[in-house]
Design a protein around this ligand. Structure first.
Ligand code: UDP
Ligand code: MG
Length: 315
């Protein structure tokens, strides 16, 4: 019998967990032809998420939990979950039911019958989301797809079913700055996309502020494109050409019309402008340097405080 592992990163999800568990239990009953395993990652929650998980684990021995020593972020949760999942097929789901579990039978069917390596989900609407957030998201996808060779699908969720083989190749990338949306596409394999309408969170609150999302988008660009680094070179060349032309104009003007001293206000403007550009470029280089710095430290992606993995612990 094949086994599906459902990996669920949870951060302060005490309200959503009981509802979520009920739903996935329903689905697992419907899909009686497969075994299930639920791997919950408590990402340093400061509410009763861990207690909820322990309660669930007592009721159902398919429930495994991993509890981090602090909040390491969703990406770390995903990594740990994928590392400890033992299924033949592995899926990621948010705990808030924004990733509809009822799509799972269809996803599994597509994988088994049509031989896809992965079935991903895409939101075709962004209903219920602030307009500015949707607008920025759309701009981000346009921008990153122009800048990166790895394609990022607009509206793609982390909710996807994958084969063991694909998961292993994702795990083989041990980078510290993880941007899963890119990593999933980077590894290749054949992916089928299914679409659905946006859902609202069943309970609790989103953990992503606008600012956090902006930083995440920035991380994505740094992780999957080196185009910003070329901006410095491009601007450098552009400014050399402009200044060369300006020098010729000034010399000709002086030779033909003499040289009344003037133009210092424009000089100050130019000085400010050019130093601004220089700082901007140094900033870009700094962003890459800081990421490289963090990578070279080889710090662990997460630290586990407690778990109930039993002998499955040795991967
Ligand atoms: N999450 C996490 N660690 C974090 C932030 C979020 O494990 O630091 C989990 C969260 O519990 C949820 C999923 O990631 O299961 C998605 O988070 P959320 O629903 O807040 O994001 P949104 O759907 O609003 O983008
Ligand atoms: Mg959500």
């Amino acid at each position: 019998m094949k086994k599906i592992s459902i990996v669920v990163p949870c951060y302060n999800e005490e309200k959503t967990l009981p509802i979520f568990y009920k739903e996935i239990k329903k689905i697992s009953k419907m899909m009686s032809e497969v075994d299930f395993e639920f791997v919950f990652i408590n990402d340093g929650s400061n509410d009763n998420t861990l207690e909820e998980l322990k309660k669930l684990a007592k009721k159902d021995d398919r429930v495994k939990y991993i509890s981090f020593s602090r909040n390491f972020g969703k990406e770390a949760g995903i990594y740990a979950g994928l590392e400890y999942a033992t299924g033949d097929y592995i899926t990621l789901m948010d705990a808030d039911l924004q990733d509809p579990p009822e799509l799972l039978p269809k996803m599994y069917d597509l994988m088994v019958k049509e031989g896809y390596d992965s079935v991903g989900t895409r939101r075709v609407t962004r209903q219920g989301e602030p307009l500015i957030r949707s607008f920025c998201a759309r701009c981000f996808y346009k921008l990153i797809n122009k800048m990166s060779k790895t394609e990022m699908v607009d509206g793609a969720r982390d909710y996807r079913l994958m084969t063991r083989q694909m998961v292993n190749s994702i795990l083989s990338m041990k980078e510290y700055n993880r941007y899963s949306k890119g990593l999933f596409n980077f590894v290749g394999f054949e992916t089928k996309w299914i679409e659905y309408e946006n859902r609202k969170r069943v309970a609790g609150e989103t953990k992503w502020s606008f600012w956090k999302l902006m930083l995440y988008a920035f991380d994505g660009i740094i992780a999957f494109s080196t185009v910003p680094l070329s901006i410095a070179t491009f601007l450098g060349i552009l400014f050399c050409i402009v200044s060369f032309i300006a020098i010729i104009i000034i010399i000709t003007k002086t030779l033909c019309f003499g040289d009344p001293v003037g133009g210092w206000p424009s000089m100050v403007c130019i000085l400010f402008f050019v130093s601004g550009i220089q700082l901007f470029c140094i900033g870009i280089i700094g962003a890459y340097l800081s990421k490289t710095y963090l990578e070279t430290k080889k710090r662990p992606i997460y630290i586990i405080k407690e778990e109930n993995l039993g002998d499955k612990k040795e991967k």
